[in-house]
Design a protein around this ligand. Structure first.
Ligand SMILES: Cc1cc2nc3c(=O)[nH]c(=O)nc-3n(C[C@H](O)[C@H](O)[C@H](O)COP(=O)(O)O)c2cc1C
Length: 366
């Protein structure tokens, strides 16, 4: 079996091990989306911790895409100096730095974007205060594809090893793929091929704009949960297959518990199902509940090539070294003072305790 501590080559990057700092929103960039001292400090801590790859928070690709206050942004060239300093530092620390790119779609925040929220279609959700998004025109869809490609090119110019496109957790890519949020009857909706078209066009446009050694990852929620419905495991396997043809170097399964049985195929986990259905040549990253060496090894056994660590990375420094020694990790809820000492800023701590549904995950002790 693959060892957690064996290197992995992804295009031009050799990852020193299979452990990845999972993308985590921190709401601690400067209000203009440039990395603050706190954001740099946090990501550098993850770099020092020894992960093979560090993925940033979901970052905005344009003003209209912003889904969080104080979100990191790659919306224009003015962001390049801060991003370059960040990527350079992370590379010096021996990790492969990757930016996650996201368009909020219906979850973009009008008070931050200055415009209404748009999505694949107009739809309503049973959430108090939910404002139905406006349906994107075809010209607007093409503009967003360009915005993704330009942001991706900026990540490459800044020296990042790659980008991960955030097609999970209900943001714009998911809104196109899901039958619940995409009711279009043109070439962007209806059949799976049409619902996947937006994701595929973004991947192709990004690939055209970056050097050959640049890594492209794509994160998907293979099965919906909570309010994220209209997703089908086998449909998403096919989407991932297409994305690999279009130039994606790894697929990333987003899950809160990667060890749980799949909803659609409960005899196995979603990861086993996806691994068994896709060509072995496409590396898979998986996240969700990796809190110990045994669980990290189990994720590899279930078919992961890369294991992403989210919550445990907040409350534990040096996770890779601790897992190498099979040392137990601190488990949530973490002591807020202890995480402050680990580089988790006041803004990030506030976000962990106040944002729904994070506040319900009990990451920090109150
Ligand atoms: C504070 C926090 C912020 C998150 N932000 C993002 C994000 O920006 N992008 C994303 O794809 N997933 C995000 N996630 C999900 C994680 O990447 C990960 O999939 C999830 O936490 C499960 O892994 P874990 O059990 O190791 O925490 C976030 C999770 C947490 C706890």
């Amino acid at each position: 079996m693959t060892s957690l501590f064996s290197p992995l080559v992804l295009r031009g990057s050799t990852l020193r091990n299979r452990l990845v700092a999972a993308p985590m929103t921190t709401t601690q960039s400067h209000p203009d989306g440039t990395p603050s001292e706190a954001e740099r400090g946090w990501l550098e801590r993850l770099g020092r911790d020894g992960y093979g790859m560090v993925i940033t928070c979901a970052a905005a690709i344009s003003k209209e895409s912003i889904a969080f206050p104080r979100q990191l942004s790659l919306a224009d060239d003015a962001k390049l100096p801060g991003l370059t300093a960040l990527a350079t530092r992370l590379r010096e620390l021996g990790t492969a730095p990757v930016v996650q790119l996201c368009h909020g779609g219906s979850r973009a925040v009008p008070s931050l974007t200055g415009s209404e929220a748009y999505s694949a279609s107009r739809y309503d959700l049973p959430i108090p205060g939910f404002v139905p998004p406006r349906e994107l025109s075809e010209a607007h869809i093409e503009r967003i594809i360009d915005d993704f490609a330009l942001a991706c090119e900026r990540a490459a110019r800044a020296g990042f090893a790659g980008v991960e496109l955030h097609g999970a957790n209900g943001y714009l890519f998911t809104q196109f793929i899901s039958t619940m949020t995409n009711h279009r009857t043109d070439r962007w909706g209806g059949s799976l091929a049409n619902r996947a078209r937006f994701s595929r066009e973004v991947v192709r446009a990004c690939r055209r704009r970056v050097p050959g050694d640049f890594v492209l990852g794509f994160r998907l929620s293979f099965e919906g949960s909570g309010l994220e419905t209209g997703l089908d495991l086998d449909e998403n396997v096919q989407v991932m297959r297409w994305l690999a043809e279009d130039g994606v170097d790894y697929g990333h399964l987003s899950n809160l518990d990667l060890f749980a049985a799949s909803t659609k195929a409960p005899q196995a986990t979603a990861l086993e199902h996806v691994r068994g259905s896709l060509d072995r040549g496409l590396p898979l990253m998986a996240a969700g509940g990796v809190t110990s060496r045994a669980r990290a090894d189990r994720a590899l056994e279930l078919g992961a090539d890369l294991v992403a660590i989210g919550r445990a990375a907040i409350g534990n420094a040096d996770v890779p070294a601790k897992l190498a020694r099979d040392e137990p990790l601190a488990q949530p809820p973490f002591d807020p003072r202890a995480v402050a000492d680990l580089g988790v800023s006041t803004d990030f701590r506030d976000y962990l305790t106040t944002a729904m549904p994070l506040s319900t995950l009990g990451i920090l002790r109150r």
